[in-house]
Design a binder for this molecule. Structure first.
Ligand code: ZN
Length: 319
């Protein structure tokens, strides 16, 4: 595979485990438990978190402590970049009161998913964003866009690249500083990554892209490789691969932060993250959730984590 445009500079990783990861887990963590996980992530060098979501506590009980979580993270360390999802003006007001750095406005590229997710037409969601953008003006809080089902929809199948490009243009017009393409249910493939990234760069050339892959079908990191080949330098992941897919019980969630950081480090790309410490954080996440998580590097250790020779039986006949 030729990778002529692989970014030579650092790669930005936003940790989304506290939001995307926990939102789809059955276990509801306390603010203190979430903070203990965040501490482990900070110890590994994580400075950018999608910290929570200012949605209805009834809709997402796991994130009902949004304001407390923001305050706890702020107390814990200065210099963090904290973003939060908001579904409407009320959510944006709460997020701003809580001191977020970025508000993430999200809309699905498919009508059925947007209806399931926020009970609105795509056009209604986009119209609502204008009011939020005005609210943010002059406050110093950045507006980020996120497009869910950007690579496929669990209800509609293929999602047209035109629909994704139209939404990208709208976010550019709203003054978004970044746009995340969400592979909400793990339907991205390398050719789709190429198609969408190429098209969006035409549609909204000044809007930096972030890729948000789920490993639902096992090719999350293959999609990252494709993104790197296209020069994309921003990715979102969750520690341990926390999370799941609400439409596929038992399916795995986001790509695991430690797996992503391991891949990037082995490619000589700077992430600012410490893989060994991320593995410790993944262990903490697994303890908190009370189950093994799907991330893989944490099972075997990084590539040069050597086994003690005399603990491995000889002559097992393994290839
Ligand atoms: Zn996601």
């Amino acid at each position: 595979m030729s990778t002529p445009d692989v970014p030579r500079q650092g790669i930005h990783i936003t940790e989304v485990g506290l939001r995307d990861g926990l939102q789809n887990e059955a276990v509801v963590l306390s603010t203190d438990q979430k903070l203990s996980l965040a501490r482990a992530l900070m110890a590994a060098g994580v400075r950018e978190f999608e910290a929570t979501s200012f949605v209805s506590p009834r809709a997402v009980p796991a994130l009902a402590d949004a304001a407390d979580m923001m305050a706890a993270l702020r107390r814990e360390m200065s210099g963090l970049h904290l973003s939060a999802l908001v579904p409407n003006v009320r959510g944006a007001e709460r997020a701003m009161q809580a001191g977020v750095d970025s508000v993430v406005l999200f809309v699905s590229a498919s009508e059925s998913h947007n209806a399931k997710n926020v009970n609105r037409r795509v056009a209604e969601s986009l119209a609502g964003f204008e009011q939020i953008a005005r609210l943010l003006e002059g406050t110093g809080v950045a507006l980020r866009g996120a497009i869910a089902t950007a690579f496929g929809c669990p209800f509609e199948g293929n999602v047209s690249v035109d629909a994704v490009a139209d939404i990208a243009r709208r976010f550019a017009d709203l003054g978004a500083t970044h746009l995340s393409l969400g592979d909400t249910t793990g339907m991205a493939t390398p050719p789709l990554v190429t198609e969408r990234v190429t098209r969006l760069r035409d549609a909204a050339p000044d809007l930096p892209l972030t890729l948000h892959f789920h490993n639902t079908r096992g090719i999350g990191l293959a999609n990252v490789m494709q993104g790197l080949a296209l020069g994309v330098d921003r990715y979102e992941s969750s520690i341990g691969g926390l999370g799941g897919c609400p439409f596929a019980p038992g399916a795995s969630g986001n790509i695991a932060t430690e797996d992503l950081a391991y891949l990037l480090e082995e490619m000589g790309l700077e992430t600012g993250l410490d893989v060994e410490r991320l593995i410790e954080a993944a262990g903490r996440a697994s303890d908190l959730m009370g189950r093994p998580l799907p991330g893989q590097v944490s099972r075997a250790g990084a590539r040069l984590a050597l086994s003690a020779c005399d603990t491995v039986p000889t002559a097992r006949g393994e290839a």
